[in-house]
Design a protein around this ligand. Structure first.
Ligand code: SAM
Ligand code: HNT
Length: 273
């Protein structure tokens, strides 16, 4: 595809995001039924279990963890914050970075109460749920920056952001396929973020399968690259990663709540060659 067409596709995606509504997005995806900690088949507990296992099975280590396209959410770093001493959250939109700062400042008024998430991850770690306060303190302690990011740039973060060696681990959830105009752009973005990771570092990637759109707010319909498992595996391989594990969640009917047409969620643990 020639450069102008690529630029137009990326610009069109950026325009869609100008109306993104963090509070609505959180309401759509991070409250019951999709975030129901009493239901074994709810999506969020499945994601938290994948992340807990990936961060604690012994091969992931280092100093710096970077979350790419954090959005207004924190669930994705609640296990990782116990393994890394420095954590950088990133997003394309100031409204999302502001939501993350709101939680960090701990003065109330944020769009979602993350306590049930912190309690659930404490349980996964064999702690009593009331240890959530210590976990919140740990997370606030290790978050060192909340920065702008653009995965379509060959350098998604400002150059001075990372040590020369790169991050030791990246996590990215529902970002690349939700911000790319097509599969080639998704694969290029995967390559761009891979440059932030040191050789031998790990990528923990969560994403949507079979999704062609989602609502980022009332009436804010955002196109998504519909992915299948094979495409995820091929894109990882093409971008210089070795796949360690791919896990797939298939949505039960009542998890389809009218905010998207997602059919499944993938969790990939990969290593940069
Ligand atoms: C579907 S949300 C995912 C949010 C969160 N990681 C989660 O797990 O729910 C996609 C995020 O990608 C961000 N985004 C949009 N364009 C982007 C770009 N070009 N580069 C990086 N992130 C982008 C949006 O601001 C939004 O927060
Ligand atoms: O069920 N979930 O936990 C969940 C969380 C976030 C998102 C989805 C599902 C599906 N749509 C994506 C945007 O492409 C965002």
């Amino acid at each position: 595809m020639e450069e102008k067409a690529k630029e137009n596709g990326i610009a069109a995606m950026a325009a869609c995001y100008q109306k993104f509504d963090p509070a609505a997005y959180l309401q759509y995806n991070y409250t019951p039924p999709r975030a129901d900690f009493a239901r074994k088949d709810s999506i969020v507990p499945w994601k938290l279990a994948c992340l807990h296992r990936a961060f604690t099975e012994g091969d992931v280590s280092g100093e710096l963890l970077v979350d790419i396209g954090s959005g207004p959410t924190l669930y994705q770093v609640m296990s990782g914050c116990e393994v890394f001493n420095k954590l950088i959250l990133t997003d394309f939109l100031e409204v999302n970075r502001q939501e993350l700062r709101c939680w960090l400042q701990n003065e109330g008024g944020c769009s979602l109460d993350w306590t049930p998430y912190l309690e659930h991850v404490c349980k996964l770690e064999g702690k009593r749920p009331s240890a959530w306060k210590e976990k919140a303190g740990r997370l606030r302690h290790v978050i060192s920056d909340i920065l702008p990011v653009d995965v379509h740039c060959s350098q998604p973060l400002a150059p001075e952001t990372l040590p020369l060696a790169g991050a030791d681990c990246l996590v990215s959830c529902f970002c690349l396929e939700s911000v790319s105009p097509d599969l080639p752009a998704f694969t290029r973005a995967l390559g761009h973020i891979g440059k932030l990771l040191r050789p031998g570092g790990h990528l923990l990637l969560i994403g949507a399968l079979g999704e062609s759109y989602y609502f980022g707010g009332p009436g804010v319909r955002i196109p998504v690259v519909p992915l299948n498992e094979a495409q995820v595996c091929d894109s990882l391989k093409e971008s210089g990663y070795t796949l360690i594990r791919l896990e797939v969640y298939t949505l039960p009917q009542d998890m389809q709540v009218g905010v998207d047409d997602v059919t499944g969620v993938f969790f990939a643990k990969a290593k940069k060659e």
